[in-house]
Design a protein around this ligand. Structure first.
Ligand SMILES: NC(=O)c1ccc[n+]([C@@H]2O[C@H](COP(=O)([O-])OP(=O)(O)OC[C@H]3O[C@@H](n4cnc5c(N)ncnc54)[C@H](OP(=O)(O)O)[C@@H]3O)[C@@H](O)[C@H]2O)c1
Length: 340
């Protein structure tokens, strides 16, 4: 099978599509023929070792110290079940599925295996494979964080980095339950985030959202420049700070900061659970979580996709069409800046 392989850390050109040995599912595994995946911020971080401050050592345990431990990147996949192991329940060949592979990676390949107990569920029925793939990384991350706090009608939420894969999912999921969302991103993306449900926008290039008297129930940092020290005076008593992008210092001080300031502080990876992915699929089918696809690339041009993601300015997701899909649902419009 073909896979996008990287054998050393570095720039986009370390990634090459090549032939690798075919995969065979174990008895508890599902073999998925991957039709679409994304190049995410996590792929960028892993490949380039652009790791948040203080986390290079722990992340090397997962990613490798001198060379990549897992030579195929890709945290997500949408595709068709090719084969199932004898003990697998709930999935059969031909099923259309989405999966979050998390730090096991492997989605940038023609095939990937997952356990039936992993975050793998049937694909949203109303979305094409590329559209479904675009929901997984951001949608599941946002949902995993939202599970650990209360966001409901009337909750005031500020999302820093609102136009990225994770931020755009937060904006949509919070807006869908009736929260009042303020989106922080550059002016060029204000129309996008407003369309996704944000009621207020702040251009971080001209305005510091912490430098006024406005306070919020929940502050979400998807950029990594809004630690508790910077934002605590803008959080309402009993409110929450969700540090999706955080360095070691924020991870270590989260519990202490929560006690000291009487707020909830949530940070750290995942967890990525099938039940939450199922909810993401449900939101996708309802139209409460719409695909935001910045650009799409054919598999052979995946290095170009990495190059674009490296800018740190993508809107929503950058999709890789790994194989021609016999789509059950037609892709909606053109491939650039597509919002359903
Ligand atoms: N904890 C976890 O489990 C977890 C899971 C997933 C991701 N993450 C981390 O979360 C972060 C966000 O991931 P992502 O996938 O959303 O990234 P992304 O899609 O690459 O984010 C790109 C967006 O960030 C915006 N941005 C860049 N600089 C900004 C700034 N100074 N202020 C506000 N917005 C800014 C850009 O908007 P403009 O062009 O408008 O600037 C762009 O739309 C990454 O650091 C990632 O590693 C953590």
């Amino acid at each position: 099978m073909k896979a996008a392989v990287y054998r050393r850390f570095g720039g986009p050109d370390v990634v090459h599509v090549e032939q690798v040995p075919a995969l065979e599912p174990n008895t508890d595994e599902i073999l998925i023929r991957v039709l679409a995946t994304t190049v995410s911020a996590a792929d960028h971080r892993s490949r380039s070792r652009d790791i948040p401050a203080g986390l290079i050592l722990p992340s090397s345990l997962v990613l490798g110290f001198f060379r990549p431990r897992r030579p195929v990147l890709g945290m997500d996949a949408s595709g068709v079940v090719e084969k199932v192991g004898d003990d697998v329940q709930g999935f059969a060949p031909g099923d259309e599925v989405v999966a979050m592979l998390g730090s096991r990676f492997g989605g940038h390949a023609e095939y990937v295996t997952v356990k039936d107990t992993d975050a793998v569920v049937h694909k949203p029925r109303n979305l094409a494979f590329d559209e479904a793939a675009s929901l997984i990384f951001g949608g599941l991350t946002a949902q995993a964080y939202l599970n650990r706090t209360t966001v409901q009608a009337g909750t005031t939420v500020l999302v820093n980095g609102a136009s990225g894969a994770v931020g755009s999912a937060f904006v949509q999921i919070a807006s869908a339950v009736g929260a009042h969302v303020t989106a922080v991103c550059s002016a060029a993306n204000h129309e996008l985030v407003t369309d996704l449900g944000a009621q207020r926008t702040i251009d971080y290039q001209t305005q510091d959202f912490t430098a006024n008297d406005t306070t919020y129930d929940v502050i979400v940092d998807c950029v990594g420049n809004a630690p508790v020290d910077r934002v605590r005076h803008t959080v309402n008593p009993g409110g929450a700070v969700l540090l999706v992008a955080a360095g070691l210092r924020s991870l270590i001080s989260a519990k202490r900061d929560a006690r000291r300031y009487g707020i909830t502080v949530i940070t750290g990876p995942g967890p990525y659970r099938a039940a939450d992915l199922q909810h993401v699929v449900y939101l996708g089918e309802l139209g409460d979580l719409r695909p935001v696809i910045d650009r799409s690339y054919p598999f052979d041009e995946i290095a170009q996709a990495h190059r674009y993601v490296d800018t740190g300015r993508k809107r929503g997701s950058v999709v890789i069409n790994v194989a021609e899909a016999h789509q059950t649902v037609p892709a909606s419009t053109a491939s650039d800046h597509r919002i359903l």
